[in-house]
Design a protein around this ligand. Structure first.
Ligand code: AMP
Ligand code: MG
Length: 509
């Protein structure tokens, strides 16, 4: 159709996109060429903007009305660049399913640049996922199908709504271009946003090549731009890189605690899918638990259950250990590296206590012994496991029962199991008498009414594939504020239908 398909994308006007005082640039491109390949997105025909995130646009320094413009469709779909953008794909390596996978890289993600007040300030990077082949595409086509793009958009925004650190989604642009997976599907591009998309695998890449100069350069770049505790130490000092590892370990712990508290399964916790900023990244075969099952495997391709729900905290440590090994040439000393990694364990436990304590409604101002929280949570999870209790719905019902002083009535969730009555008495003993309203308020702010269940995502996908974006938009609205009630959207907070348990999600996207 139009000539832009065969010619490189034409630069467009920058001013229309940005709020006054913001500019496009690309901090990552200030690193030497060994870190990336400069390239342009590959255009697609008949782009259509299907979803835009006005709140995020505003926060990151874009003009709120820009997303509705045809220029935004062209830029965010990969058919045009704006002046100041400096498009590139970065190289990384990683461990996949426990094995060294060698070189990977941005096979279908293209970093366009970042928006910030000035080139020195830390901005928000903008990356297009599914924008065409790169030198790191290997056998892939550089594209993302509509199905997986809808899942990524909705889930990254759902995580943000829940308060879990994550990459964000700015827009979803579709094209009728056919994409070949198990069947023929169509293409989409999600524009995702984060301060940085650097992964553990970026560090592993240079360590594996014994390119210690580049490894140090990357560590300095990340420390100076994003990790102030590390940047407080001099470049070249072992302390700087140990502090970097320790800070990443703590951020990862805080993220994992929230995954576990919300029943979120990532599905592909390979080291190339681990963010150096402790953000949830790479939404593939993820799932929010329906009924509680510690052993749940959400990725149909994960036959061994390496990434089963309850294993995630351990896997995160394994991944951090790989990062530690990669940083060892800079930290120089194994004991110091192990001590930095220890910060994961020392941060995870209190982060879990905080997250679970909030779900139980405990007053953060009164310190509750960690053993006391565990003594209440563990038997509850055992009951849920045994009775296949819906995880999110039960926590919300518990919040309501505290508000209504009707805890005993929850026994039906456990089919009259006497263990529930024992648990209830134990839980009630932990709560402050006469504090029900405040306790319930804390619980309603920690136990979401809405989570992106697999079947809800699937219904939005099926409708969108037929041109109906209403289910997608309803989810977009409720998931932005998932702790609030949304009258008229009760169907999105219901038990999953029977067919939900037969949905198979694999790495194919
Ligand atoms: P993932 O399992 O999505 O984290 O992907 C692992 C690696 O495969 C990364 O380097 C991706 O960029 C690459 N990859 C996945 N899908 C595609 C695709 N359709 N085209 C090119 N590269 C891909
Ligand atoms: Mg990935």
């Amino acid at each position: 159709m139009d000539s832009s398909l065969s010619s490189p994308p034409a630069p467009s006007s920058a001013k229309a996109a940005l709020q006054p005082g913001s500019q496009w640039h690309n901090g990552f491109a200030s690193l030497p060429p060994v870190f990336y390949t400069r390239l342009q997105p590959t255009p697609m025909p008949e782009l259509a903007m299907q979803a835009g995130n006005d709140a995020l646009a505003q926060d990151m320094g874009l003009r709120p009305d820009w997303l509705a413009s045809s220029e935004a469709t062209q830029v965010l779909g990969g058919n045009a660049l704006l002046p100041g953008m400096d498009a590139l794909a970065s190289v990384y390596s990683g461990h996949q399913f426990g094995h060294w996978a060698g070189q990977l890289g941005d096979g279908r993600a293209i970093l366009l640049g970042e928006v910030s007040a000035d080139a020195a300030a830390q901005g928000q990077e903008l990356q297009l996922k599914g924008a065409g082949k790169t030198p790191y595409s290997r056998m892939g086509d550089g594209r993302a199908v509509l199905r997986s793009s809808i899942r990524e958009y909705l889930c990254s925004e759902a995580m943000h709504g829940l308060g879990v650190p994550t990459t964000r989604a700015l827009s979803l642009v579709t094209s009728p271009q056919p994409i070949y997976r198990e069947t023929v599907e169509t293409a989409a591009v999600v524009a995702r946003v984060a301060p940085s998309f650097v992964r553990f695998g970026h560090f592993e890449h240079f360590a594996a090549r014994d390119d210690i100069g580049s490894l140090r350069r990357l560590a300095d770049y990340v420390a100076e731009r994003y990790l102030p505790q590390a940047a407080a130490h001099a470049s070249g000092s072992a302390q700087r890189y140990a502090a970097l590892l320790g800070e990443v370990a703590e951020r990862t712990a805080r993220m994992i605690a929230l995954w576990q508290a919300h029943g979120f399964c990532h599905g592909v916790m390979n080291t190339d899918n681990m963010s150096i900023l402790g953000l949830t990244i790479d939404y593939g075969p993820f799932q929010f638990l329906d009924h509680y099952d510690a052993n749940h495997i959400c990725n149909h391709s994960d036959t061994g259950g390496r990434y089963a729900f309850a294993r995630q905290p351990q896997v995160a440590y394994w991944n951090l250990f790989c990062l530690g090994q990669a940083l060892l040439p800079l930290i120089e000393d194994e004991a110091t590296t192990l001590a930095a990694l220890e910060r994961y364990k020392t941060a995870l436990e209190p982060a879990m206590q905080r997250a679970l304590g909030a779900k139980l409604g405990l007053d953060p101002a009164r310190s509750t012994a960690p053993e006391a929280v565990a003594a209440v949570v563990n038997p509850l999870l055992a009951l849920m496991q045994q009775h296949r209790t819906d995880y999110s719905l039960f926590w919300r019902a518990l919040s309501q029962a505290v508000a209504d002083d009707s805890l005993p009535a929850l026994a039906h969730w456990f089919h009259g199991d006497a263990g529930f009555e024992t648990w209830r008495a134990q839980y009630q003993a932990l709560l402050q008498p006469g504090d029900a309203a405040a306790t319930a308020a804390r619980m309603f702010a920690a136990n979401p009414r809405y989570v992106l269940r697999n079947h809800l995502g699937q219904e939005a996908i099926t409708a969108a594939q037929q041109g109906n974006w209403t289910p997608f938009q309803r989810l977009q609205t409720v998931l932005a504020t998932p702790y609030a009630e949304h009258p008229g959207c009760e169907d999105l907070a219901a038990l999953p239908p029977d067919w939900a348990q037969h949905i198979e999600i694999s790495c194919s996207s």
